[in-house]
Ligand binder design. Sequence first.
Ligand code: ATP
Length: 735
Amino acid sequence: MSDRSTLPPTAYSFDRVFSCDCGTRQVYEEGAKEVALSVVSGINASIFAYGQTSSGKTYTMTGITGLAATDIYGYIERHKEREFVLKFSAMEIYNESVRDLLSTDNTPLRLLDDPDRTTIVEKLTEETIRNWEHVMELLSICEEQRQIGETSLNKTSSRSHQIIRLVYPHLIRSVRVNSSPDWMSASTLAASVHFVDLAGSERASQAMSAGARLKEGCHINRSLLTLGTVIRKLSKGRTGHIPYRDSKLTRILQPSLGGNARTAIICTMSPARSHIEQSRNTLLFATCAKEVVTSAQVNVVMSDKALVKHLQRELARLEGELRRPRAVSMNNYAEEMLREKDGRIQQMENDIREVTRQRDLARSQLEDLLLRTVGDDQESSHQDGIFRGSTSDLPSACGDDLSVDNSSEILHSGFLETISPQDYPTEDANYSKNRQRSSEISSGYYPASPQSSAGGVSSEGGAPTRGGGEFLSLDARPEMDDLCKEVQCIEVEEVSTIRNERSSGLLTSENGHGDWNAEGRASSSSMSRRLSRSRSCRAALMASSPCPWFPEEEQVEYTPPGKGQRELCDGRSIKDAGVDPMMSPAGWPEEFERRRLEIIALWHSCNVSLVHRTFFFLLCKGDPADSIYMELELRRLSFLKRALAGGHANNISATQTLRRERGMLCRQMQRKLTAAEREWLYRRWGIPLQTKQRKLQLAHLVWTAAGSVYHAGESAAVVARLVGEPDDTTKRCSS
Ligand SMILES: Nc1ncnc2c1ncn2[C@@H]1O[C@H](COP(=O)(O)OP(=O)(O)OP(=O)(O)O)[C@@H](O)[C@H]1O
């Protein structure tokens, strides 16, 4: 008794079952066409015929191959937009040798493995199809070339496995590949369809083979046995080793059996009762084959050029994606930076415009002021017969009407006369007197310190001469000019002209204290304005200082801005001239002190020229009109400070200039001061007389305290003494 579980099933189910009288076309249409035409979509296809000898495999496959080829070619004809190449090749596996059916050369072909795990039949002929007739011609060639032999069952029994392959690479434009978001402008699909007519699967005994036929049968059965094993294993789920390589048939058909292909297996059977065993085997084979699952997919093949193009596009896309988030943030950052820069540039432009406007305004006011004061002075000199008077003459001869030139000169002569060797601190009486005097004079400017009064102005001191009051020697001038470059110059041609005019009697002073008028206003447009002169205007240019080197009369007397006195030299009101109209007269002294301290601190931090500091300091003494110049200076220095902080200005250069300037001061001490004067200065500045580098020390002491008005005044006095001369002072004090 046999075990029921080992018995073959009595019923089988398949996709299609065709009867004996069913035509090949129907088999093709219902069982093979769809699979065969997969190739035009880029999917590999395989159609097998399996069955015992003489069951009609060759008959069926010949028909199906022809019909499929016709349909494929027809499809190509209907789709002219596709560039295609249809290639035809055919081989047979006879006695485990692969032979090219399109070649007369019977040399067995080698099988090679390629990296895609497919098997390549080396040197297999591939015919490019020209037309449908060409396909038919090639099919007939294959039929003729195939090994056939007579068996007991089939006079023309196929003794080999025939594989006809149609390779269908074709170019398709605008297809979407692998659900990629990018449409490829062109892609090449490459697929092939195999038409496999297997040799008969009968047993040798049944075929009653002998001799050569028996040998053939052994090989045939070996291949079919391997095929059956592969199919059976694949039907169980691809676990374990699949023995594709055990036969050439399974090696070549590997992609069609369980890989990337749609496969149709047509099993043929003989209705004869005598073949029931073979029929059952065929049914079992078919049942297993039905369980095999393949993984067919569209095969996209690109040319190197297309591939490079595609990869470049893909690379650009990925780079773009990578860059996009950063680009967005970078763009935001860059935009923010640009906005900030634009804002700064705008601010700087506004500052420059404002500073330029105020500079021009101040310059014109100063020029007017100079015209008036110079004229005043010259007129006074003419009237009193004093062109460059001594300090002793000043109170009586000039009174309030000191000109800039004379005041500057007096500044120097006052120093030399006042700080004459006999007046030096060795003269204790004068020293004490001067201390007292200086304290009085320096009200509002200097702290009452012993030093501030040391060597004070000897306004009561007789009639000193101008001994030693020489100006810079010629060889020192270029150096000075160089160092004073940044001090803006007032062009004094006009002043000279006026001097000439005045000397010819065009301008006269009405009195020593009151207003000036221009008698020649009709002949001189520049002088046509009635120039009102106030003590405040004069003070703006007076080199007055609490320093003891300057006479008492030179000290600026603070004039609170008020009605009638808030008028500038050119007759404009302070408001018109840019002075803060909101500034109350009462608040100006405090504001003046605040601004002056601020300016001194900025000079220090910006390494501003000592000469510039000196003249500015000496010029701005608290007159309300000074607010213009001080505001201008503040803006200029603030701008410079920002530029230095931002690296837009050369601080090193400024430092070097400052160092050279101090060197110049050191040399000027030797040139312009007597030994006694120098000694007095050393004592005053606390420099031991035994020190070797006394002059250098002093030069490096001036203008070094950023927060002391007193120190600034002392420094200004020293520098003015060393570098100043009337004309230079006038020229360089535009700011
Ligand atoms: N459906 C059919 N209609 C008419 N004749 C058929 C049909 N199928 C097969 N034949 C005929 O049967 C004979 C054997 O067929 P075929 O050669 O195709 O068998 P086979 O399975 O290929 O045999 P083998 O394995 O020995 O090559 C042939 O003469 C063929 O013309």
